[in-house]
Design a protein around this ligand. Structure first.
Ligand code: DC
Length: 227
């Protein structure tokens, strides 16, 4: 299928399966996949490792100045790196998950991440997932998808993901973290999670990846008149 050099923006709550779907779609279209949440997670890991988050979860104002020394990027295989260290595993831990929402609510952190996202997507042909991609980062993205799924399905997915990575979470902690993040992400002042008016909604609670992909390809074919 020959489609133009567009940007595809996929937004939605935590654990709606955005990244798995975005990766699949990017692979199918030979587009680049960019995980914006991974960058917020990278900033959170940096803040934790630099001792910039206190025991009572207060974030030090020093983080703003210290961001200039944070070399956060993706390597050739799309893995998140700080300098030459791959931090994919660390950024997916419960510890990072529990502090990423307050970090991502800071306007200067959003500016730091947005600048990187714009640089990575300079030439289009990108599928990017997050919370504010279609509303704030790329409001002119040619194809916007807003993903939803039931809370139970989302908690189970996140639980399975953590278990498969060797963690030993409690389902009630996973659910509590999910609810807390959804609340903070959709109520923050700067670029809260919300559906763009021109986004297509995709509820994948009971869909397979194959069905999701077929749906997206169908929409693209209709939009761009290509086969
Ligand atoms: O997609 P994720 O769960 O890995 O994202 C981690 C956190 O980053 C999420 O709780 C909210 C924040 N985030 C955001 O505020 N804006 C984005 N575009 C992507 C993620």
């Amino acid at each position: 299928m020959k489609i133009p050099d567009i940007i595809i923006a996929i937004d939605g709550c935590s654990s709606t399966g955005k990244s798995s779907f975005a990766k699949l779609l990017a692979g199918k279209l030979s587009f680049l996949y960019l995980d914006s949440g991974a960058l917020y997670r990278g900033v959170t890991l940096f803040a934790q490792e630099q001792g910039l988050i206190s025991k009572d979860n207060a974030i030090s104002d020093c983080l703003r100045g210290r961001l200039s020394e944070l070399d956060l990027h993706f390597d050739g295989q799309g893995r998140t790196c700080i300098g030459d260290r791959c931090v994919e595993k660390e950024i997916r831990s419960m510890e990072v998950s529990s502090q990423v929402s307050p970090i991502s609510a800071l306007a200067y952190v959003r500016e730091f991440v947005d600048a990187r996202l714009h640089a990575f997507a300079a030439h289009g042909r990108v599928v990017m997932d997050g919370r504010d991609i279609g509303t704030a980062v790329f409001p002119d993205a040619e194809f916007k998808i807003f993903m939803t799924a039931s809370e139970e399905v989302r908690a189970q997915r996140r639980f399975d993901e953590l278990v498969s990575k060797g963690e030993n979470p409690k389902i009630e902690d996973v659910l509590a973290n999910l609810r807390e993040r959804d609340y903070i992400d959709s109520h923050r002042e700067t670029h809260p999670l919300c559906r763009a008016a021109d986004a297509f909604e995709l509820d994948n609670s009971e869909m397979t990846f194959g069905e999701e992909l077929a749906w997206a390809i169908g929409v693209l074919q209709g939009k761009f008149n290509v086969l």
